[in-house]
Design a protein around this ligand. Structure first.
Ligand code: NAD
Ligand code: AKB
Length: 317
């Protein structure tokens, strides 16, 4: 049976690309782009259906799911870590109340739900190297609090109501279509725009800050592969550690310099972002995702950097 899919937060960094890939696979008319206040861009608007879908409004989510007979929801609407620290009330409303509403609608209409978690679901007492799939999760950021609660809520809806919830703990996602939405790992995208436009970048995270990262095509493949995986094979559902590379700003800058030799980087450390980054894993162990549903990222750091420079150089003229 062909899936009818709703993507919430579809104009965001991940949604803007995931929606288009889903349309390519499942058919344009079968993938509804859910938007909040921002109007969808031309690509999303002209290639398939779109609907206003503020996840804090249960009736609205319910009416979109009913109208389009949705059976799979990719729930991407969220407030990211740096914005969540500045606006904890909004983060709670969107990341917790919004998720609860989506799960309730999914329960009512029998939808499967993909919900991204994050490296932000870990905290300073987590083992930060080779972070295991099952380990201490005591995050100290508002974003992290909502991500752990979200993982647990999704597990609960599966156990209690058999809602087919699945999720990935994404690391920082690097992409060239839509700018990131206010996270701690945004520097790893911004550096490319600044290097190409101005040949210099001021980094808000200090040298030596190692974090897991991933290129967008792998992030999209992972989400779809997990949603297509045979349910019986999944021992964990919410949420799988997944990573593709780990680096600090110095290593990334050195890689960028290979293409733009005159590029220079200095630092102006943002204490909020640095505090969050220091509490997140340096590199996660994603062997459970590899074992249970065949996770296998394709992009290494050098391949990702080459592609980012090529694509953005064309895009930015
Ligand atoms: P983003 O900030 O780029 O996009 C989120 C979208 O949600 C935005 O378009 C925003 O307008 C929308 N939104 C906000 N409030 C809403 C509401 N009330 N109703 C409906 N939509 C609303 O975020 P993203 O990077 O695309 O992230 C998608 C998901 O992946 C989030 O759950 C995020 O926590 C997770 N994630 C992202 C990254 C990353 O590096 N991008 C890493 C780990 C996890
Ligand atoms: C953020 O930095 O908030 C996100 C994430 C890793 O969850 N990019």
């Amino acid at each position: 049976m062909m899936s009818k899919i709703l993507v919430t937060g579809s104009v965001g960094q991940i949604g803007s690309e995931l929606t288009m890939v889903l349309r390519g696979i499942y058919g344009n008319d079968n993938v509804v782009a859910g938007v909040n206040r921002t109007q969808p861009g031309e690509k999303l608007r002209d290639s398939g259906p779109w609907e206003a879908c503020d996840c804090t409004n249960t009736d609205l989510v319910d009416s979109v799911v009913k109208k389009h007979k949705i059976d799979v929801i990719y729930h991407l609407a969220a407030i990211l870590s740096a914005v969540a620290e500045a606006k904890p009330d909004l983060a709670w409303k969107v990341n917790i109340d919004g998720l609860y509403n989506v799960l309730e609608v999914a329960r009512e209409h029998g939808c499967a739900v993909f919900v991204p978690s994050s490296i932000g679901a870990f905290g300073p007492t987590t083992p930060l190297d080779d972070t295991p799939q099952d380990t201490i999760q005591r995050p100290t950021s508002m974003y992290g609090v909502t991500k752990v609660a979200g993982e647990l809520l999704c597990d609960y809806y599966f156990k209690r109501f058999q809602v087919d919830t699945r999720g990935l703990r994404y690391p920082g996602i690097i992409s060239n279509e839509t700018l990131p939405g206010g996270g701690t790992t945004d520097y790893a995208v911004e550096i490319f725009y600044e290097a190409i436009k101005h040949k210099k970048y001021t980094c808000p995270l200090g040298a030596g800050t190692f974090l897991d990262m991933m290129y967008m095509p792998d992030a999209i493949d992972g989400a779809i592969k997990l949603m297509e995986a045979e349910s019986g094979k999944l021992k964990h559902r919410n949420a799988f550690n997944v990573t593709a590379m780990s680096f600090d700003p110095e290593i990334l800058a050195a890689e960028v310099k290979k293409y733009i030799p005159e590029f220079t980087m200095d630092y102006n450390v943002d204490p909020v972002k640095q505090g969050i980054a220091d509490s997140w894993p340096n590199n996660m162990d994603d062997s459970e995702a590899r074992k249970q549903w065949g996770w296998e990222p394709k992009y290494t750091l050098p391949v990702m950097v080459k592609d980012m420079i090529e694509v953005l150089s064309k895009k930015l003229g």
